[in-house]
Write a protein that binds this ligand. Sequence first.
Ligand SMILES: [Mg+2]
Length: 280
Amino acid sequence: MTVVVSNSEKLEELKNKIIKDGVENLHVLADFDRTLTKAFVNGQSRPSLTSVLRDGNYLTQNYASKAHEFYNKYHAIEIDTNIPHQKKKKAMEEWWTLHFDLLIKSGLNKKHLKEIVNSGKVEFRQNALELMDILKERGIPLVIMSSSGLGGDAIAMMLEKERKLYNNIYIISNSFKWDKKGNAVEVKKPIIHVINKDETMIKDFPEIYKKIKDRKNVILLGDNIEDLGMIIGFDYKNLLKIGFLNENIEENLEKYKKSFDVLILNDGSINYLNNLIKEL
Ligand SMILES: [Mg+2]
């Protein structure tokens, strides 16, 4: 079984409320890496767009070794549940800042983003492109919120490649300033990292906030428990949470069931959501 419902009674109730309020009161809020994309491509674990850059030969040799050094140091902090929140937040800020500085020093160019997007190493989740079409048809905004180390430009390119960069899609992520030659020269502050990724960020994106502030019913998509933080700061009415539990299923199942209303296991298709939205 690929779909797990945490509490079917509660889910039915929630679905009915959302259906009753209609599409005009709904928006979808989604994480990007491993939520809208597959966690595994050709049997290879693919944590993020950034990991393609880190593991490939796109930039200087020095970039790869330094980036791995940062990863080894800070990823351990990221996943250590014993480290207090504030301390972790500070460390993640440090990591993202160091990594962006390194990218800029190592000559990151827009062409590298294109190469990564075209590498075939990252793919959209099964039926995710259909989801984009369904949301577009029904005029439902899709807010993609990502702490991506390659920023929103790479996400936009992924969508553009599939001709799905529709005008109901809004990307909240990091962004580089590029010079005329396409070199990254600066990254916009505040940096969005894995801990501060929440909808309060929308205050820094007022144009996007305007589009969704009256759409108080939200379907949230994430593959990490931390992704639930994306809704913090948004005054929602009904919130339906869909979690993608891509791996280590047995040890995480109970925790995820407590956190999400519906779980999609085994890096499965997003079709459950497509069918749900078709019901609206
Ligand atoms: Mg993710």
